[in-house]
Design a binder for this molecule. Structure first.
Ligand SMILES: CC(C)(COP(=O)(O)OP(=O)(O)OC[C@H]1O[C@@H](n2cnc3c(N)ncnc32)[C@H](O)[C@@H]1OP(=O)(O)O)[C@@H](O)C(=O)NCCC(=O)NCCS
Length: 201
């Protein structure tokens, strides 16, 4: 991966640069640097975008100070929100569709009084937003997995190689490789056939 970071994209409508600690392969495509407007990670390689990967309009890397997001080779992210305080990794050839939310952290305290305190801190916060952070539990999306539109993947979930998540699913548990899951909560629809698995490899 050849890093081409800290640069402006010649085709971009947004007047901002890709952060210096974000690494984009020279053969990857990032539609707009606005995708990194919420990236506050101080890690080296806060976001790593692999060879031939693409991220399109609407994709947001909402990455907290300790977070790291990795996109493998030929990964395609078509307008997802990736909320990461720890680690989100998306494998080679994986497809993440429109309006998908991948969150390795809930960002908001569960305790009601702590939640009220967090909300009261918003008006005087800099920047003015609810950003409580959290420990985070890694999300791992396997090679050639496909996440259907409007789906949500919750903290700690691993989605296996070649798995398919149906549109508008809420994925609360790990998904076995080469299976189709769907619904809220996402449940097994079926296993891929041997032929489908062979085609996908
Ligand atoms: C998951 C998906 C690929 C499955 O397709 P399929 O193998 O043709 O599955 P079927 O349509 O035969 O459905 C099988 C069962 O799963 C259910 N099902 C399928 N997709 C579902 C979904 N998104 N949510 C809930 N249930 C779903 C069907 O109702 C059916 O249930 P039944 O057996 O009780 O009747 C497809 O339904 C889907 O959601 N595709 C998403 C496409 C997408 O996001 N495209 C964006 C471009 S990247």
């Amino acid at each position: 991966m050849t890093p081409t970071s800290g640069r402006r994209l010649p085709w971009d409508w947004y007047d901002g640069a890709i952060p210096a600690n974000v690494h984009v392969s020279s053969s990857a495509y990032v539609e707009t640097a606005y995708s990194f407007a919420l990236c506050r990670s101080s890690r080296i390689g806060a976001v790593m975008i692999g060879d031939g990967a693409s991220t399109y309009l609407g994709t947001m890397f909402d990455v907290g100070p300790e977070g790291r997001v990795t996109l493998g080779e030929y990964t395609l992210v078509h307008g997802a929100r990736i909320i990461c305080d720890r680690e989100v990794s998306i494998g080679d050839y994986a497809l993440v569709s429109w309006n998908v939310v991948l969150m390795d952290t809930y960002r908001v305290p569960f305790d009601p009084e702590a939640r009220r305190r967090a909300v009261r801190a918003v008006p005087t916060g800099q920047p003015r937003r609810l950003d409580h952070g959290g420990p985070g539990r890694p999300i791992r999306i396997g090679r050639a997995a496909w996440i259907g539109f409007d789906s949500c993947v919750l903290p700690g979930v691993t989605i296996g190689e070649g798995a398919v998540v149906g549109a508008r699913s809420v994925v609360t548990d790990d998904v076995a490789p080469f299976t189709i899951v769907a619904g809220n909560p996402a449940r097994l629809v079926r296993r891929l056939t041997a032929q489908e698995m062979a085609d996908g490899r």
